[in-house]
Design a protein. Sequence first.
Length: 187
Amino acid sequence: MTSGVTTEPVILDVGELTSGPEPDVRFLESAHQILVDLVSGGAALGWVDPPSREEVAELLGHVVSAVRAGDAALRAAYLDRRLVGLGYWLRYARPTHRPHADLEKIAVEAAAHGRGVGRALTTALIADAREAGIEVLTLDARGDNTHALHLYRSLGFTEYGRLPSFVAVGEHRYDKVFYMLDFRRQA
């Protein structure tokens, strides 16, 4: 790479994003901006209004704590040393569901769409789940998020349920689609 421009995303784990029990301030600020921009643009990330800096700090602090306890994975994607995406999974808290985890969020800034960032993040998180002994990795997505649904299917996820018109965003209604990746079947 003589030009210094990265064409492939660099995926970092939580150990490379934090120096202590809390997320790095620059990571937090960049993650907040990505989430605000995406939600402001109508992205299906679980917020109707853009999250505050405090909400994002609390969320990422919770995820980092769960990672340290072995109950989560957090990954960040960089292009040219700039944060362009993040994603995480969390292990289910109930004792009967402990072997399972939910892929909670994959967020990639709009300017990085089509560059393989979402695929790289999701692939890394799937590998983390396997390594952590997760048996079934689940997720849900808004039914109109066709690019994400296609990505998940291409990585082996299968649909196991759908709630029609469940997600309400103003006057609009969207299906909530449930996907799973069963590692037990792949063993």
